[in-house]
Design a protein around this ligand. Structure first.
Ligand code: 13P
Length: 265
């Protein structure tokens, strides 16, 4: 059974004291569960202080980004090498990195490789924009993002990775705030199946069976059950809802409940 993964992407929110307070509140509400992994992705600035405060039996940390070269004259950047003992996961290729910062496919591929080289598990984000969806290009876009993002990886490495499907049109935080749409579980199921099929063709059935696929885009405590019950979906990547401790801990509790039902079944 694949472990459920709930990853809170705090994006560019919360300074050190706000982040510490949110962690404290989550700690009070979230229990240890063997089959559910809870990951927090705060800003780079607060990774270090949170790593000291965190209960490692309950939470793991993720970076929202890093630079693909290990060391050198790159003013303003932080490398995966510098983060290797601090984080378990790295969000790579988030749509805001792709579209706001113009990160191209080959840079994202290099970041995936740098994370793996530094023993950090990539959470590779893929997803089509509204324009691409309307033009009927969803599968082509996802295929390109998956194939290029994983192109330097072995089947064994892919098996351990996480892929997050985040349709850009369904993301609620940031510039989309006023007019995002909701992805239905049926749409999400179709895409998860398509991604797993791509992985199977490229890396074989074992990698396809083991790779975890998350959904992200307006997920919250209310809709968590529907998305987490969607066949092929192994977890969630909330943005806005991860900043609210009621919402985020509610999502984690839903994951506990579903996982318990699965174990008992
Ligand atoms: P929202 O949950 O705010 O829609 O954001 C999703 C996201 O981009 C997480 O990475």
């Amino acid at each position: 059974m694949r472990k459920i993964l709930i990853v809170g992407n705090w994006k560019m929110h919360l300074n050190a004291s706000q982040a510490s307070l949110l962690l404290h509140r989550l700690h009070e509400r979230i229990k240890i569960h063997r089959d559910v992994e809870v990951v927090l992705a705060p800003s780079m600035l607060v990774l270090q202080p949170l790593s000291v405060q965190i209960d490692r039996r309950k939470f793991r940390l993720a970076t929202q980004n890093a630079f693909h070269i290990d060391e050198g004259a790159y003013t303003g950047e932080v490398s995966f090498t510098m983060l290797r003992d601090l984080v378990h996961y790295a969000i790579i290729g988030h749509s805001e990195r792709r579209h706001v910062f113009g990160e191209p496919l080959d840079l994202i591929r290099d970041k995936v490789a740098a994370a793996v080289r530094n023993e950090i598990t990539p959470i590779l984000c893929v997803g089509e924009t509204k324009t691409e969806k309307v033009a009927g290009e969803t599968e082509k876009v996802l295929h390109d993002q998956v194939v290029s993002g994983l192109s330097n990886m072995t089947a064994r490495e892919v098996a351990k990775m996480v892929i997050a499907y985040e349709p850009v049109w369904a993301i609620s935080s940031g510039s989309n705030y006023a007019h995002h749409e909701i992805a239905t579980p049926e749409q999400v199921e179709r895409v998860a199946k398509f991604i797993r099929h791509n992985i199977e063709e490229l890396y074989g059935p074992k990698a396809a069976k083991m790779v975890r696929i998350l959904y992200g885009g307006s997920s919250n405590a209310e809709n968590a059950k529907a998305y987490l019950s969607t066949p092929g979906i192994d977890g969630l990547l909330p943005g806005g809802a991860s900043l609210n401790y009621h919402e985020f801990s509610g999502m984690v509790r839903t994951a506990y409940r579903l996982q318990r039902e699965r174990i008992e079944a």
